[in-house]
Write a protein that binds this ligand. Sequence first.
Ligand code: HEM
Length: 256
Amino acid sequence: MTAHTVEYIRYRIPEQKSAEFLAAYTRAAAQLAASPHCVDYELARCEEDFEHYVLRITWTSTEDHLEGFRKSELFPDFLAEIRPYITHIEEMRHYKPTTVRGAGASVPTLYAWAGGAEAFAGLTSVFYDKVLKDDLLAPLFAHLDPEHARHVALWLGEVFGGPRAYSETQGGHGHMVAKHMGRGITEPQRRRWVNLIQDAADEAGLPTDAEFRSAFLAYVEWGTRLAVYFSGPDAVAPPEQPVPKWNWGAAPPYQG
Ligand code: HEM
């Protein structure tokens, strides 16, 4: 369960009022957009019956909606726009999302886009060949488990939307974090890791499109900075949590 609350407001608006209703909500939406308590909103119109509309507003919590937004200086302007339509409301209630949620397959995962398990196995094989020849990194990996490259490939595959292979065979997020603890990774070593994995991505033939590589690098930046933190003297092991999931972010794949 997330803390977020989804408010659904169902309207039945007579056809002759629909243009002014939409215009009023277009203006009222400015107050939602300005509210730190509002996560997102969407007004949808029924395709089968044009008089039906559903407004979905995700609030940071029910209390934030009722005590935050409704008592904020944004609310009077919001209410002034929508007041004429209050009598047309058929339902206005708060809902809590359940665990049944997810994304469909209309956008391929980064894992599928990269080429699946084989692509990540190729990447980490090239990468650790480089690591073991590298002056800054080789000392850190002096006692490398021969299975290491394969484990990291499973990890990356899971992070990028592939099967839960690392969680199911290696022990999940906590196990991966523990592998870095006490290793005292320095910033120059982290940066070298970042550089070498990008060289390896080129050599292993991972896709070179801007969208894939920017998402890939964003994860590598995030993950390596966490690795440095967890390897340091002040690290506190996190509570057990699922392997992070990385997605395309602001630039989804170009599917011309
Ligand atoms: C996105 C960044 C990173 C990822 C995804 C990653 C992934 C992993 C994983 C999955 C393991 C455990 C392997 C296993 O279960 O056998 C591991 C271990 C390790 N990682 Fe990382 N790592 C990252 C960053 C770094 C960096 C920046 C360094 C050092 C410069 C580093 C050094 C190590 C070392 C020394 C081990 C232990 C190897 C051994 O077992 O001997 N990692 N890493």
